[in-house]
Ligand binder design. Sequence first.
Ligand code: KG4
Length: 336
Amino acid sequence: EKDTLILSFESSCDETSVAVIKNGKEILANIIATQIKSHQRFGGVVPEVASRHHVEEVTKCINLALEKAQVGYEDLDAVAVTYGPGLVGSLLIGIMAAKTVAFAHDLPLIKVNHLAGHIYSANFVTDLQYPFMSLLVSGGHTELVLVTAPGVFHTLGDTRDDAVGEAYDKIGRVLGINYPAGKKVDEMAAVGKDTFNFPRAMVQEDNLDFSFSGLKSAFINTVHHADQVHEELNKDDLAASFQGAVLDILVNKTFKALKQHPVKQLIVGGGVSANQGLRKRLAEEIKERNLDMELVFPPLRLCGDNAAMIGAMAQIQYDKGDFADLDLNADPSLDF
Ligand code: KG4
């Protein structure tokens, strides 16, 4: 059978990425231009700055990806692009670039949901077996999603307020850590002890939703109060206490979902899936419960935003003949 080559684009936030993916499984190239340095001094992503960087980077990324993959436009079968969720100005740059390539080279266009992409990062690691459970944890999202067939998603639970990565970034700022703070907080948590006993919101409730804003406020209030009375708190213990609460919440809801829907695979995706504490804890919990279930994390370089994962999801849509028109628009608040 003939191979399928998809040129995929991702520009939903602060990474410009272009990939060439073979049969949804093999990464021939995955170029990622990150803008983190430009946003750090503002403490978060500035949408206008992000859009301008995407404009500057996207053509370079296309050329690098084709060069790395050693393919030309004539070898491609389709062009895929993230159309949401994300920052509208950022999304539009990727969409415009993808449409241009599709139109100029008469290739079908595939519109991909960014969240679906995060889930399908796992396609590069294992053979997915349906149905599988997915825990999606990123800077913008915290969701439990049951995937019953290729590209068929059922959201079981969602965050009521902050996303987990967002909470990491906000408490990180209070600890004086540069954006994005998740990795550093994770490292500090590995050294510290869970001594502050922060709240574990909604774990008693019989639903699969998450809430992190109460935890974030408790953390910030603790630090501010200590500042007022000139008390020195151990930062590693603060980080460990925050992460302890986060992991308890994520574990509680994930295993509630797995009890309702026993599956053979648990797929974790999104920026926070790089978290070492989470990786260790989920593995331990599966072992403790004697579950015959494969735990899948993307390799670290595919945890953050990247176009490879968009190409993996796009292959499923390609096989279904699910193509977009050239009037495709961005959908900043797209969900499943
Ligand atoms: O998936 P991603 O690159 O962007 C979104 O699509 O949202 O996720 C970025 C988020 C940031 O909030 C960052 O702090 C967090 O992932 N993150 C981590 C770790 N590495 C990145 N959070 C916790 N532990 C980590 N090791």
